[in-house]
Structures are given as C-alpha cells and as structure tokens.
Design a protein around this ligand. Structure first.
Ligand code: SF4
Ligand code: SF4
Ligand code: SF4
Length: 224
C-alpha cells in the first residue's frame, strides 16, 4: 500500500487514532512507537487492547487495510479504569512514580502517594512494582468521544513531557559526572597549566635563529 502523504504525517494520523494509554500491551514502548511500526509496515493494526474494535476499524479505514479482530495475545478490551492508591498502606517507596508513563502520581520518598485521577490513563504499569499491593484499578463511567479525545491529547502531551524530562535528566547526569571526573584530576589541569607556561616561556623560533646568527657574526668580527 502506498500513501500520498509523508511518513511523519501518516505516523501522526495513526497516533491520533491510538488511545494514548501508553500501556505497552502492543509490545511497543508506547502509542507513538506502535504508530511508527504500523506506518513502516512492521506491525499489524490489531495489537492495541485499549483501542478495541473501534480503534482497529479506524486504522483499517485510514490505511485502506482489511479489518482484523483484536489479537488477544496482547490482552482483552476492558472498560476504562483509573488507579487508586490505598494511602494508609502506602510506604512511600516511589516505585510507582517511576513506572507511571504520564507522571500521574504525586508523592515523595517515605510519604504517601496519590493518583491524579484526571491524568491517569489506566495503563496499570504502576501495579506490579508496588511492593505492598496497595494500588487497585477502579472502573470509571465511559465518557463522550470528545472527552476521550481530550484525555488522549493530554496523555500524549504528558507522555512526551516525561520522555523529554528523562532525556534532560540523563544528559544533566552525564554532564555532572564529566565535571566530577575532571575535578578529580587536578594533576591533569596542573600539568596542562605548566605546559602552557613552558610553552609561553619558549622563545620564538625565528628570534632564536636571529640571536644565533648575531652571535656568530659578532664572533667573526672579534677574530678578524
Ligand atoms: S494504548 Fe497501549 S497497546 Fe495501545 S498503542 Fe498505546 S501503548 Fe500500545
Ligand atoms: S497512575 Fe498507574 S494506571 Fe494511572 S497512568 Fe500512572 S501508571 Fe498508569
Ligand atoms: S509503589 Fe506502592 S508503596 Fe510504593 S509509593 Fe507507590 S503506592 Fe506507595
């Protein structure tokens, strides 16, 4: 199948159909990577359980592809749910914060954590890391298509924001490590300073030759 639109535009249109739960049930790191794989012809259109049948039909229409039922090896379609933390049991270990793809959990080390309901996509990625099993999923009333789209747009934005934050923190850590390593090597700095000083003290090559010629001429005159 060939398309008259650019690959980026095709990826964006596929991504706009995907529910942005960012649950990784499709086998990709998020909705956008799955969209990229579909656009590249590397992934089937029926791997997203949260998107369900509606999503598969929309993808089939967009790509002029044949509809296929959901591949249940990747999970079953379920009603939308959000995470709820039993704050009395929470030990504040922060593992759920790291697991959440859209930064929907608030809390600090050794303090109870709580889920921002309006930002939770229901991906369930926070469940398994919790060492005290104090997170449960609560089914929510289905909302209108407009609200679903607004929630998906917000989830996409927060997912991209989290990815950008992780990248920024990684590069800050690399920079700090490089600075610390540099600071631990004063001898390198000292020797380079000494080296520069020595270099500065080495006379200009032309001047040395000129001085040698002058000395030789002076000697000749004295012996003549
Ligand atoms: S919602 Fe989950 S399964 Fe569907 S595309 Fe996004 S990450 Fe993949
Ligand atoms: S709070 Fe849990 S279920 Fe909700 S988005 Fe974050 S990781 Fe997913
Ligand atoms: S993983 Fe569980 S115990 Fe740890 S902070 Fe999150 S909710 Fe609390």
């Amino acid at each position: 199948m060939t398309f008259n639109i650019g690959i980026d535009s095709l990826i964006a249109r596929i991504d706009a159909i995907l529910p942005q739960t960012q649950c990784r049930q499709c086998g990709y790191e998020g909705c956008k990577p799955y969209a990229e794989a579909i656009a590249a012809g590397e992934a089937d259109i029926n791997l997203c359980p949260p998107g369900g049948d509606v999503g598969i039909h929309a993808l089939a229409d967009l790509l002029a592809a044949e509809y296929k039922p959901l591949n249940t090896e990747h999970g079953e379609y379920k009603p939308r749910a959000i995470a709820l933390i039993d704050e009395a049991t929470c030990i504040g270990c922060t593992l759920c914060i790291n697991a959440c793809p859209v930064d929907a959990i608030l809390g600090a080390t050794k303090h109870m954590h709580t889920v921002i309901a309006s930002e939770c996509t229901g991906c369930e990625l926070c469940l398994s890391p919790c060492p005290v099993d104090c997170i449960s999923m609560e089914t929510i009333v289905e909302v209108s298509d407009t609200l679903k789209k607004e929630a998906a747009d917000l989830a996409r934005e927060r997912y991209n924001f989290k990815l950008a934050r992780i990248e920024r923190e990684k590069s800050e850590r690399t920079q700090k490590y490089a600075e610390r390593t540099q600071a631990k090597r004063p001898e390198t700095n000292t020797s380079s300073v000494i080296g520069n000083e020595l270099n500065n003290k080495i006379p200009d090559k032309k001047a040395v030759i000129a001085a040698a010629i002058a000395r030789a001429k002076a000697q000749k005159t004295a012996t003549a």
